[in-house]
Design a protein. Structure first.
Length: 361
């Protein structure tokens, strides 16, 4: 199959076609360099320029303050689940807000490093909602509060940060990073694996303030200390050169789209199309997330029975709609509609859902 399909995978996910074509044109040799980006040294001037430009574009998109550092690391969010408490716990207690599977995994790793207070856990309802401010059981003088801004599996999303007072806020923003504007100054640290909205698998973006860097203990293994990566400007070890190169291209693509405010508006419109079909289906499609907690990135819903779900998935592929099967812990269908999913792809899915419900409902 050479024709591109609509790929609703939760990650690695679709990349903008313009980015893929740009990378294809330069894959054999970067302009005026005579060698591929897959071949260049991470110590070369060419990569220095790629790294600096990628950081500058991210700073422009997010209005990152000057006293914050941008890192391009490896290991995905799972490594950050360990690095965060190693660097930030400092012998105190940390509060974790658990709104889905990834928040739960973050707690498991943090507990290997010290005391963790689960300030709220939505597991009783299979993580179909978010806590109210009154439900958060926060610790006095906690080292930090950690939350997951968008839970990829359950399809719930914070549209605003939880209120934590003066306690440093740390966020796993993996599946909605760069999907909307945020106020970076509200965070002590935020991190995001790239393979949702930012680029291909292999690189993790970490944004952290000076205070968070200065708090890093000196007795950590070198690769696990944020300070070493800051001082080495993301080159403490060989970075994922090609992945950073693609992040740079994606960042430019976002700027070309009008920035994060414009992409947020587009994401809201895309999600509204699918949720309107769910809500108008008279129960044929049952949304997993409570309406006021729904994600703009991952639309999760179920059908009346397993046979219909199987038929739905098979018929969807015939319409070039791929990777729609929900995670086993939730079941049903999951449509991941990150930045690169075109409006036409969401429209095609919404029309297919309407037709399928009319024929089988």
């Amino acid at each position: 199959m050479t024709e591109r399909v609509y790929n609703f995978s939760p990650g690695p996910a679709m990349l903008p076609e313009a980015v893929l074509r740009h990378a294809q044109e330069e894959l054999l040799a970067l302009p005026a360099l005579g060698m591929s980006v897959l071949e260049i040294s991470h110590r070369s001037e060419a990569f220095d320029e790629i790294l600096a430009t990628a950081e500058a574009r991210l700073r422009g998109l997010l209005s990152i303050p000057d006293d914050y550092h941008v890192l391009f690391l490896q290991g995905g969010s799972r490594l950050q689940f360990s690095m965060v408490p190693m660097n930030a716990l400092g012998g105190r207690t940390a509060d974790y807000v658990v709104t889905g599977s990834w928040g739960k995994k973050a707690v498991e790793e943090a507990r290997r490093e010290g005391d963790v207070n689960v300030a709220w856990d939505g597991g009783e309802s299979n993580y179909d909602r978010l806590p109210t401010a009154e439900q958060l059981q926060l610790t006095d003088e906690a080292a930090f509060v950690h939350f997951t801004s968008n839970e990829t599996i359950q399809g719930v999303q914070f549209r605003a940060e939880p209120e934590t007072g003066d306690v440093p806020l740390i966020c796993d923003a993996s599946s909605d990073f760069l999907s909307r504007p945020i106020d970076v100054s509200r965070y002590s640290l935020l991190y995001a694996c790239a393979q949702k909205n930012v680029g291909p698998a292999g690189v993790t973006v970490v944004i952290m303030g000076n205070d968070a860097v200065e708090a890093c203990p000196s007795n950590l293994p070198g690769m696990l200390n944020y300070r070493n990566h800051v001082e080495a400007k993301s080159c403490y070890n060989t970075p994922p050169v090609f992945s950073v190169y693609l992040v740079n291209l994606v960042a430019q693509w976002l700027l070309d789209q009008g920035g994060l405010a414009a992409i947020e508006q587009r994401n809201e419109q895309k999600a509204a199309q699918l949720y309107s079909v769910i809500d108008a289906s008279d129960g044929f499609y049952g949304g997993h997330a409570q309406p006021d907690c729904r994600s703009l990135m991952n639309v999760t819903f179920c059908l009346p029975n397993e046979d219909l779900q199987t038929a739905f998935l098979a018929a969807a592929q015939q319409h070039q709609l791929y990777e729609l099967k929900g995670h086993r812990s939730v079941g049903g269908i999951r449509a991941s509609i990150y930045n690169a999913m075109p409006v036409a792809g969401v429209k095609a899915l919404a029309e297919f859902m309407d037709d399928f419900a009319n024929r089988h409902g």
